[in-house]
Ligand binder design. Structure first.
Ligand code: SF4
Length: 376
């Protein structure tokens, strides 16, 4: 189940909460895509000869660059790899880019899944976050995407925005349900230090203490999505059966993937590789046909901790047979004892084969997984 992630490092403007790698200067977009094609060639054997089942355009804002560049990158992937006929090919898009023309172009290139960064349907939230779109643009764009025949659509929402009322959150979710989309990613707002929001918090201009609303909003999200027939298959992801993100699921299940573009990460089962987070340095290195990446061989302990971190967030949980086969009895014994307090408190459930978070445990996912880590 190998996949390719392609990071498009351009955005129209910087959202106040975001710490992803991107530039708001589009001047070098053609040169950068040219460099990405060089990287695709240099990395073409990274995952051996595995068939490609998913291609994912993330960012940044892939929808903000000229559409033909997306088509060229897909063609290059297909020229270099065996790509499954049923491959999931996803594109992250912002609502202001969802024009009928762009949608038709992407579909003609083979994009069959859209991930739309809506974040909120309340315009005052969008202004507060410095998003480049309005609520109406989101609703229109999503409606056109469906009309044009793209059925596999997900959108992002953010909860825990300061001063967001429970009624606003209920209304955001209701609008999502009314749009009748098969997948939702919902994230609690996190404050990253190196962002504008981080600065506002540091200078006491924004109050961030997670208030009761944050947990109430998460609880409402879980109950309502369940009522509407969504599976809560990862802590931030809700999908109708048959519409889970295949790309992200493969990542959570530890499958191989190659990451192309500035700041992109790759994993081939043995090592993790990450590209420089600078568009200029990335292009300069690839002009010299050199990979702009650093490599880390993962120790068994690192692999175990990463397994715990990603798997505990999913409905598949921590598979004890896999722990024994992949890491050995010592790791399994250690896990068995460190998880006991959470079994007793009801935050983790053992289903006979795997350790899985209960609904109560989902509020404490990060804390629980760090308590299960093996440390030196
Ligand atoms: S559009 Fe997405 S990647 Fe770009 S700044 Fe906003 S949240 Fe970050």
């Amino acid at each position: 189940m190998a996949g390719i992630y392609i990071h498009i490092p351009f955005c129209k403007q910087a959202c106040h909460y975001c710490d992803f790698h991107f530039s708001t200067n589009f001047r070098n977009v053609n040169e950068l895509v040219k460099a990405m094609k060089v990287e695709l060639n240099l990395q073409s054997h990274y995952m051996g000869d595995e068939k490609i089942h998913t291609i994912y355009f993330g960012g940044g804002t892939p929808s903000a660059i000229p559409t033909h560049l997306i088509g060229e990158l897909i063609d290059e992937v297909k020229r270099l790899h065996r790509v499954s006929k049923e491959a999931e090919i996803s594109l992250e898009a912002n609502p202001d880019d969802l024009t009928k023309e762009n949608l038709a172009d992407w579909k003609s290139f083979g994009i069959n899944r859209l991930s739309v960064g809506v974040q909120s349907f309340v315009n005052e939230h969008l202004v507060w976050m410095n998003r480049a779109h309005t609520s109406t643009e989101a609703i229109n764009g999503l409606t056109w995407a469906k009309e044009i025949g793209i059925t596999n659509i997900t959108m992002d929402l953010i909860y825990g925005i300061p001063n967001m009322t429970m009624d606003q959150w209920k209304s955001n979710l209701q609008t999502f349900f009314d749009l009748d989309l098969p997948h939702l990613s919902a994230y609690g707002l996190t404050i990253e230090e190196q962002t504008h929001l981080g600065h506002l918090v540091k200078t006491n201009q924004v109050q961030t203490e997670k208030d009761a609303n944050y947990n109430l909003q998460f609880e409402y999200l879980m109950t309502q999505t369940q009522k509407q027939g969504f599976d809560h298959y990862e802590i931030s992801n809700f999908g109708k059966p048959g519409f889970y993100s295949r790309h992200n699921t493969a990542y959570w299940l530890g499958e191989k993937y190659a990451g192309i573009g500035p700041s992109a990460h790759s994993f081939n089962g043995e090592e993790r590789r990450w590209n420089v987070a600078s568009n200029m340095k990335y292009m300069t290195m690839l002009n010299k046909k050199e990979l702009p990446s650093e490599v880390e061989k993962l120790s068994k302990k690192d692999q175990f901790n990463e397994y715990v971190l990603t798997r505990l967030r999913t409905i598949w949980g921590i598979d004890t047979n896999q722990i024994i086969n992949q890491f050995g009895a010592d790791f399994q014994n250690n896990l068995k004892s460190s998880v006991q307090p959470y079994i007793r408190s009801g935050h983790v459930v053992f289903n006979g084969n795997s350790y899985v978070l209960s609904n109560e445990g989902k509020y404490l996912a990060d804390k629980i997984s760090s308590d299960l880590f093996v440390v030196d």
